[in-house]
Write a new protein. Structure first.
Length: 200
């Protein structure tokens, strides 16, 4: 959609509220995307495999919201990703989204084993809609359980879907689907018109 600019909070918020997100690529100016096909996860269509459902019922993990945003985004940046030599979550991205969090626009869910952070997910409040950005785990299923906790949190506040931007095998297995850019932008606008308060 665009090339250039800087990761300032005002720029980021304006972009997200219009369905656009940054994806830094090493060696290029800052690139902004609004894909022709957009991946979304609708809460009523979420498929929780039996094993994960069993793990969720039995887990001793503790989940929190917005307790350790900076640690979560750094955990996402450090996570190994098959087929990727580097991460788009650069130090500039970490600084920019941490500032968004301080301003109340970026949020995280944390998974804890005792006092140890073992997984999490973060994303951006797009004016009453939510864009999930990245997640990480340091023990099996921690990030998946954090995502389910996020879904419960958002559902309780009236939201019924999240933007996951680009489809992945993991998200497809959970029931995510792709829609056209036009359908996505129309859905985003309808959701924003509801003026939901997703976090306090």
């Amino acid at each position: 959609m665009a090339v250039g600019g800087v990761l300032e909070p005002v720029t980021l918020l304006r972009a997200y509220r219009q369905g656009v997100f940054p994806w830094p690529i090493e060696g290029l100016p800052l690139v902004w995307f609004c894909p022709r096909e957009r991946a979304i996860l609708e809460f009523d269509s979420v498929h929780v495999p039996r094993r994960l459902a069993r793990t969720r019922r039995r887990t001793a993990l503790r989940f929190t919201v917005d307790i350790a945003f900076a640690r979560v985004i750094r955990g996402c940046a450090d996570a190994a990703r098959p087929g990727q030599e580097s991460t788009w979550i650069t130090p500039d991205v970490i600084a920019a989204y941490t500032r968004l969090h301080e301003l109340g626009a970026a949020h995280s869910v944390e998974a804890w084993r005792g006092d140890t952070l073992v997984g999490g997910i973060y994303g951006v409040d797009c004016g009453g809609a939510f864009a999930a950005e990245s997640m990480f785990h340091r023990e099996p299923d921690a990030s998946k359980l954090a995502l389910l906790h996020l879904i419960d949190h958002l559902r309780a506040r009236g939201l019924d879907w999240v933007d996951i931007q680009v489809m992945t095998p993991h998200m497809a297995a959970l029931g995510a689907r792709t829609i056209t850019r036009r359908a996505f932008l129309e859905r985003l606008a309808r959701t924003q018109a509801r003026r939901l308060t997703l976090f306090r």
